[in-house]
Design a protein around this ligand. Structure first.
Ligand SMILES: NC(=O)c1ccc[n+]([C@@H]2O[C@H](COP(=O)([O-])OP(=O)(O)OC[C@H]3O[C@@H](n4cnc5c(N)ncnc54)[C@H](OP(=O)(O)O)[C@@H]3O)[C@@H](O)[C@H]2O)c1
Length: 268
């Protein structure tokens, strides 16, 4: 991808990191508050972000857009940690949640950005699971991750996690309290959190008022819905009509037929 994004709109007063020159040339300005949770999704025009049993919904919906992959890499490069639910891990075999994996051409620049921000070489990976049913040979786990679960999940996992992983057990129920998850991550100094989780974890983050921003790539495709369930980005919580999370447009960019939107969630 050579052509820069066209900046259609940028709100005043957003934080700004000193981006390496190639990243700044392509994307323009970007930065985050010191403590933030931002999600990244690609959606079809008709609001579909998952494709049922089809793996790797994101890359299918984006049509493997290089511009979308660049933004994924850039957002990862800014984060202390990338947070996923086990559903996304299971749906994305072979993936690594690193900047270089998704956009290798600018790996050096992503590393330079992390270094300038005082971040570790790669963002930590955090995986949430209640069931404990994980593919323990998934390369992202083999590489090392913080796996968070409750005691029944930990029992199921037993000693099967790769030695590179850390198991964190929070609570005894079937599912984690996402507020406790975030608190635990903050205690480890993981303050700038990118959620690449799917709709179920996102629903909980929104429900608890924890999600600050969404980066939404609108892919120029209609996905449709048939018999299988295809979700929008927030699942498990009903917001409209009573509690719609009206949001503030922070920036809008265009690359070809794709739109790249940044919203402050619930901040309109
Ligand atoms: N279009 C996009 O940009 C995009 C982005 C991300 C994901 N996706 C797609 O989304 C789909 C997956 O959706 P999803 O909603 O299942 O993903 P998800 O939210 O990442 O994962 C859901 C799973 O996370 C675990 N989990 C969630 N909340 C938990 C809690 N409070 N405590 C403990 N564990 C918890 C559970 O795992 P257990 O079942 O192990 O208990 C749950 O089944 C995939 O197809 C993926 O490709 C698309």
């Amino acid at each position: 991808m050579r052509a820069p994004f066209e900046v259609l709109f940028e709100a005043e007063g957003l934080p700004e990191y000193a981006l390496p020159v190639d990243l700044k040339h392509l994307y323009g300005r970007l930065g985050f508050p010191d403590r933030v949770i931002y999600a990244n999704f690609v959606s079809s025009i008709d609001g579909v972000v998952t494709l049922g049993a089809n793996p790797s919904a994101g890359s299918v919906i984006s049509g493997k857009s290089p511009a979308d992959r660049f933004v994924m890499g850039l957002l990862r490069a800014c984060a202390d940690a990338v947070v996923l639910g086990a559903g996304t891990l299971r749906a994305t075999p072979g993936h690594l949640w690193t900047p270089a994996h998704v956009y290798p051409a600018l790996a050096t620049e992503f590393t330079a950005l992390r270094s300038a921000l005082g971040r570790s070489a790669e963002p930590a990976l955090v995986v949430l699971t209640g069931s404990g049913e994980l593919d323990f040979s998934h390369p992202a786990l083999v590489r090392g991750a913080i796996v968070m679960t409750t005691s029944p999940g930990a029992k199921k996992i037993g000693s099967r996690l790769p030695a590179s992983c850390e198991l964190v057990v929070l609570g005894k129920g079937k599912s984690l309290d996402v507020g406790r998850v975030v608190g635990e991550l903050r205690e480890r100094g993981l303050d700038v959190l990118l959620s690449e989780a799917g709709p179920h974890v996102t629903g909980q983050l929104v429900g608890e008022g924890l999600l600050d921003e969404v980066f939404l790539t609108l892919s120029p495709v209609l996905a449709g819905r048939g018999k299988e369930k295809r979700l929008g980005m927030v699942e498990g919580i009903e917001l409209l009509p009573a509690k719609g999370a009206w949001s503030r447009l922070l920036s809008a960019r265009q690359h070809g037929d794709y739109l790249f939107l940044r919203y402050g969630v619930g901040k309109s």
